[in-house]
Design a protein around this ligand. Sequence first.
Ligand code: HEM
Length: 365
Amino acid sequence: MTAAELGLRRGVLLVVAAAALTAVLGGLVRAAIALPVAPGPHQVALHGPLFVVGVFGTVIALERAVALAARWAYLAPVAGAVAVGLLLAGWSSPAAAAALLSALALVAINVAIVRRQLASFTLLMLAGALLLAAANALWWRGAGVPTVAPAWMAFFVLTIVAERIELSRLAPTPRWASRLVLALGLAVATAAAFSLVSPSPATRLLGAGFLALALWELRFDLARRTVHMPGLPRYSAAGILAGAGWLAVGGWLLALGELPPAGPRYDAALHAVLVGFVLSMVFAHAPIILPAVAQIRLPFHPVLWWPLAILHGGLAVRLAGDLVGSGAWRRAGSLANALALVAFLLAASWARRTGGGRQPRRQPG
Ligand code: HEM
């Protein structure tokens, strides 16, 4: 890798960090938490797109571009970074256009990967990218975030489940289970595509699909084995299995009834998937992804358990608040979700400074 390429990757991650900071502050304002420093009303309104398109969409685009190892593929993360700049300026329509370009480039990357290797996981990633492109196109044409949010969630779910299927090939999986997960993934993609044109009952079917995929993960993911190993494997596996648990909760909430365009049930269904599943997966995989994508070393240290625990504990309080109608619990849980991100940054820099896990203590005598 050239120095310019590494600089580009790290530059994209810096832009993503700015988007994450603004998105978190915007989320707290939307959760009615008073802040000493708050972003402007445009950025607060764009909390969802900043996180979905700006942060995680761009990180996935970068990771896929690195996997393909072709120069043109960097169009996807670079267009994502441009979308972040436009979102931060509060220009949502040009930002949506840049996000669409990024998603189309991600589709092209996935087509190239499928042509290299035709497998269930490459096909599901392609399906996820197509959904992202369709959702971004609709958003650009003026559709509201609640209309496109189910398809955005499906993009994340398909991409992450595909990554897990790829890794879980290392564990013996019955042939019927491998076929089942492909069928479920394609059903989720179809329901998500329909949700863009006719939300009901497609979003409920999408929820049922998420629930089924979560149960598959909990039964067949490699994490079920690695959770018994000490250190990084156990930490990652815990994040993956807890994330799958939240995907089941989110799927169940979506399947229960029509998704309202705002309010507690909207908050609960969206964040069970986007915080409980997506953010937990990011915490779980960061020590593996950061060195591969940006040559940033992140050795495992037990302190990394703290942010994971704060994330999941906070989300449980937040959803309980959403479901029983307690604004105080909802605010406390939302604050804990934001603090989990801060705690992750602190834990990661501690792990880097100390060079990883604790040295085993000498036995006295
Ligand atoms: C980390 C702390 C977070 C906080 C405090 C937070 C807070 C909120 C709040 C209060 C809402 C409004 C819900 C309602 O209508 O009642 C919201 C909406 C939303 N959030 Fe978050 N959120 C967080 C993380 C995330 C993450 C990680 C993602 C994406 C990966 C995300 C994506 C969204 C989306 C797409 C919406 C819908 C926005 C809209 O309809 O305009 N949030 N969030």
